[in-house]
Design a binder for this molecule. Structure first.
Ligand code: ADP
Ligand code: MG
Length: 278
């Protein structure tokens, strides 16, 4: 059993030096993610979503504040944390199975075990039969499935996804959202997914984190509170979506960070939504 939150982000501030000045990409951001939870993060371009994800994954370690994963400080990348990017980042000269096997390079596992894991994850993402194919032979959706397989092949207990379906057409995107949700339910791992697609955020998330820009802050956390599988067009889901859209449209207004923190649980503003959907 886990003690405390699985991912704990406390008072994190990240500044970049730009043109001799200091740019605050994240300002005093706090977020707890429970074990096995599916959290989605939405916000306008430039509000610090990727910065937050990279920090959570340990790909960036220059920050003020504290970030813990299963109670341990995050001070670099770890095989326990997987990452999926918008572009699948496959090497064109390697077959799909070898691209996925790259994720296991530092695992220290024997060859046979690596092979079995690659096969298992090809199957998990529906790419059985494409092991020997090269990236240029795959559609965009299939390539992104390979990217997801590579992110999962080490069996991380948390997967960070940065706009993973942002470059896909609407039909492929919908299908991959469903597949990702099935993988999440089956593998029981924690997922943190960044998107600028509000429909995607409310369809997939247990909670939707809404960020506001300049400086990047968490404006509000909206619990979706609907059982799965969800119906994209259901009145209840549409209501949550409208709630998130309203909040996003207000993100140009400054918000006191303290007030934003645990709004999902207790805000009077949200009670009507929770009542409506719950
Ligand atoms: N390595 C970097 N150096 C300088 N500025 C950066 C760097 N990474 C991000 N930023 C700036 O931080 C802000 C947040 O960026 P980012 O996290 O990529 O936003 P998002 O993913 O929400 O679009 C932006 O203003 C961006 O220009
Ligand atoms: Mg980004």
């Amino acid at each position: 059993m886990s003690k405390g939150p699985h991912i704990q982000i406390r008072n994190v501030t990240r500044q970049f030096q730009v043109n001799g000045g200091s740019l605050t990409a994240l300002d005093d951001v706090s977020l707890d993610v429970a074990e096995g939870e599916f959290v989605t993060i939405v916000g306008a371009s430039g509000c610090g979503k990727s910065t937050l994800l990279r920090l959570g994954a340990g790909l960036d370690t220059t920050y003020k504040g504290a970030i813990n994963h299963a109670g341990e400080p995050v001070d670099g990348p770890s095989l326990d944390r997987g990452m999926v990017f918008q572009e699948p980042r496959l090497f064109p000269w390697l077959t799909i199975e070898r691209n996925i096997a790259l994720g296991l390079e530092n695992s220290g596992l024997p060859k046979g075990e690596k092979k079995a894991l690659v096969e298992q994850h090809l199957e998990l993402v529906g790419l059985t039969g494409f092991a020997k194919a090269y990236p240029h032979q795959l559609s965009g959706g299939m390539a992104q499935r390979a990217g997801i397989a590579r992110g999962l092949v080490n069996r991380p207990n948390v997967l960070f996804l940065d706009e993973p379906f942002g470059a896909l057409d609407a039909i492929t995107k919908t299908r991959l959202q469903d597949e990702l949700q099935e993988i999440w339910a089956k593998e029981r791992i924690t997922m943190v997914l960044v998107t600028h697609d509000v429909d995607e955020a409310v369809y997939l998330g247990d909670r939707v984190v809404i960020m506001s820009p300049r400086p990047g802050r968490i404006r509000e956390i909206v619990p979706v509170g609907l059982p799965r599988p969800r119906v994209r067009t259901s009145a209840a889901l549409v209501q949550v979506r409208n709630r998130v859209l309203d909040s996003l449209n207000n993100t140009t207004q400054p918000v006191p960070q303290q007030a934003a923190r645990n709004i999902g649980e207790s805000s009077p503003a949200l009670r009507p939504v929770i009542a409506a959907v719950g």
